[in-house]
Design a protein around this ligand. Sequence first.
Ligand code: ZN
Length: 260
Amino acid sequence: MVIDVHTHIDDEKTYQSYMRKAKGRVGLAFVMHYCKDDLRKTAKYVASKKNLRLLAGVDINAPEKIKIQLKTIESMFKKGEIVGVKLYPGYQYFSANDSRVWPVAELCLKYNKPLAFHSGDVSDSRALLRFANPLYVDDIAVRYPDLKIVICHFGFPFMYECASVVSKNKNVYADISGTIDAGASKKETKLLYLEYKKDLAKIMAYFPEIKKKIMFGTDYGGENVPLDEIELYIKLIKQIFPKENWANAFGGLAKKVFLE
Ligand SMILES: [Zn+2]
């Protein structure tokens, strides 16, 4: 079964447009809850669809609410309502090696669920890129060697840092979502696709062992946002990996990382 490990399908309109574009090729999609949005509301929507699963965002900048957030997440883990937790370095002015991440990491570890980090490029000019560098994920990966960690968006444009951290740490994985911006002209999108493909292929020549640790994801956010691409990500997986890696990248690995 094909699993899209990174989407923002949190309402019916987005769901319908995603399903139309996916043309039955995606069996399960993971939804990233944004840490500032109402978690209950997103969870309720995701639970209404058989083919969606949720990752809960944590608002790290709300120290007064952190205990209650962790309590909520623990109860959601127990009930199987979430398959992981997502943090937003860059947007929230902290990096992955911040000690405020530790209690979140320990909770994920307790339930053997992954901790995903937004990494790289940001869509808000007020966010700070230096915090979003995936290099900082190395610290948390070393501190918690049994914690499953996912670097989102392959850290783009910090792709070499991402590859190096994934390669070095057995517990770190990455998704390829979010980089193919379909908001540009068709010509620009095509060029972007070709360069992204070339870069990923080149990086995997340097770090061949990471082939087994990369997952299919789109970052699909709806038809009115630049991130509305599915087709090209499917094509990308097929073009950058030899056939024997397809099943792993399209869902086999996601199953192990998020669902076991
Ligand atoms: Zn996203």
